[in-house]
Ligand binder design. Sequence first.
Ligand code: C2E
Ligand code: CA
Ligand code: CA
Length: 766
Amino acid sequence: MYSNSDSNISERDALRKLFSFKHVYREQFDALVKIAPSIIAANAFVTIALAGFFWGTSGGTFALYWAVFSLIVNGASFINFRRATLLPISDEDLQFAAQIITLFSGLRGMIWASAFIFLLPQATADSALFLGWLVTGLMCAGFFAYISFPLAAVSFSGMVTFGGVMGLYLRLDSSNTVAAILISTLYLVLIKVAIVNGSAMRKRVRTERDLVSKTEVVSLLLKDFEEGSHSWLWEMGRDGTLIRGCDGFQKNLELKVSEIQGQSCSNILRNRAISSSQFYSITLFDELLTKQVAFAEHVVSVGEGETLKFIEISAKPVFDKSDVCIGWRGVASEVTFAKLAEMRVQFLALHDGLTGLQNRVSFQEHLGLALSPGALRDTWVMYLDLDGFKTINDTMGHAMGDKVLRCFADRLKDCINTGDLLARIGGDEFAILAHGPRLDIDLLWQKIVGTAATVFEIDGHSLHIGASIGIAEVRDAQISSDELMRQADLALYRAKSEGRGTARIFEHAMDRALEQRKFIERELRVALVREEFVLHYQPIYSFKNKKLLGYEALLRWEHREFGAVAPDVFVPIAEDAGLISELGSWVLHQACHDAMNWPKHVRIAVNVSSLQLKTKRFLAHVTSALAQSGLPASRLELELTESALIENYEMAGQMISDLKKLGVRIALDDFGTGYSSLAYLHQFQFDKIKIDRSFVQAYEARRESAAVVNAVLMLAKELGITTTAEGVETEAQFKALASRGCDQAQGFLLGRPQPLLNSSKTKRSA
Ligand code: C2E
Ligand code: CA
Ligand code: CA
């Protein structure tokens, strides 16, 4: 592997060297051809001059023959020169041509040398001086005439020098010998000049060749680049017309040649750009060109629908010496696929995948923009939450839940006005950024509540949901989008707690209520540790014989600063804060523990929150409370509310059956305040139902209440369920219910909830 690639490299190097030598020869050759006529003419002239000078002297005859011979060689040189100019010499013949040139220059030098060797020894002092000058002149002039071809220069002046030196030497006089030595030294200097000049020339030629070959490689690479990719190079002239890269535009924009020719880059793009779907503006591209500064990766969208394309352009202006822009050079790429993918990712990042509406991130962004001071007036944030959606999701599956959400989103789209922004910001939560006066907003929320309450017909099912809405108004520019959302959320909370299917607009009183709530929550977290909770017990008696049957444990919070806090206040907060499971477990343990001090037939009833029932831990809490206290399961009664059963139907059913297996009794608390029928609730196999005190207290005054209570008592009797009347305050209530066959009574008439002072006191108070 290695040796192979190494040999490739050395082969390549050798080739390069050979080529560069050829290029040196070529350069020398070309230079020589240019000067050759002058050399030949000068040679002929000096030859004739020499013959003329010696005409009629003792060397005259020799000079004549010599001149004839010299002129013949000169003529041959001229023929060679003509041939070289008429028939260009190929690279392969260059070396041979170089040898011929060297040979001819040497030969010409030799001819001169022969003249000097023959004429100098016999010349008169005047002639010798003439010849001496001639030697030096030819030596130097010849050398410089041939300088472009150092080998020829050295061989010509070498021969001339040799002839001169020999001629002078043969005159056998010491002054001539000194001249001969001087001439030889001069020649050595010339050789040095030839060497230095030759290598400098070779270096220069090589550098030039390298540059050429690099340019060739770069242009080959560029060609490859254009052919193999979606990018192409383009160039625009001073007048803006495209002078390079037409193919690229034509191929990638699917244009005809006629649509490209003579057009400017921006015109080509503009002809293709269609304003309706212009994501990236062509105008901006024009602006960039006007600025005359380099820019990179500017995207222009062209075409529409099927023909939509994205072209990415980078460009650099070209300036002349006086800094005038004379055109542009750049790279263009067709980036449709990547751009569409990027846009899809951007869309997904800002939209909800299920409904196609904007998502929370996008809503927050728009809200942030809407909060700029200019856009303040009549801007509202609506926070929507579906009522009853969870039941559909739990009982009919998520696929159905998704369909309901999509359907509801479509209905919402029909409700809002143009310019309003609708977003899905979570499971069944939506938000609207609405604009308009209060009156319009009231109409809008009523429309939404109405449309949510309209039955949804999906896959043959008629589904009922509803919507609660919290609304916050943008009142000042300083408010943050987070704060606005919080206010709308708070108003939504209020709408929900005030009966759902309605809307509430945020007021600062809600904030104060929230502050208080937060404070209670913080205090609740430490109340268990501080042992601020106590249990009060309210007795439950038999109607028939007024015998004590049991106690209901009612939780009390004795706060060290603000005294007793009612369970109606803190239990819902403990539920929201996730503290109810721990608190409920404490109640269970304490109540079972206390009940152990009571007579064996006296039961203990403990209230259970719907959230407790949802946790698997609850069964373990009950088991542990019974085990730790030693209380028989049959003496423990758990009071559950209707909502706890309806909210998580299946899980509650399972939990109740597990509890019943332990031997614990189950009571349905506050019966009558919900909407479910007793027959439906009976599926949970209650041991007892507790009729809510609102019915008991209205028993005498309102006939409908009495009718409901009577019907419940009858039905319970039929189903074999024990009944307890809560909140019995008067003898009349007691008597009336006793006469209707109610089994048990609980209320202030019979005993208020009391703390246990100690175990004996508890028994006494009973
Ligand atoms: P509840 O389960 O309906 O409890 C009965 C409530 O009626 C008690 O209020 C009791 O003091 C009150 N009451 C009893 N007889 C009469 C009467 O003759 N007239 C009137 N006006 N009221 C009467 P309390 O103690 O304030 O408890 C309120 C609610 O707090 C309870 O309603 C129950 O839902 C919840 N609660 C109390 N303790 C606990 C507990 O340990 N766990 C959970 N989860 N909830 C609890
Ligand atoms: Ca209760
Ligand atoms: Ca109750």
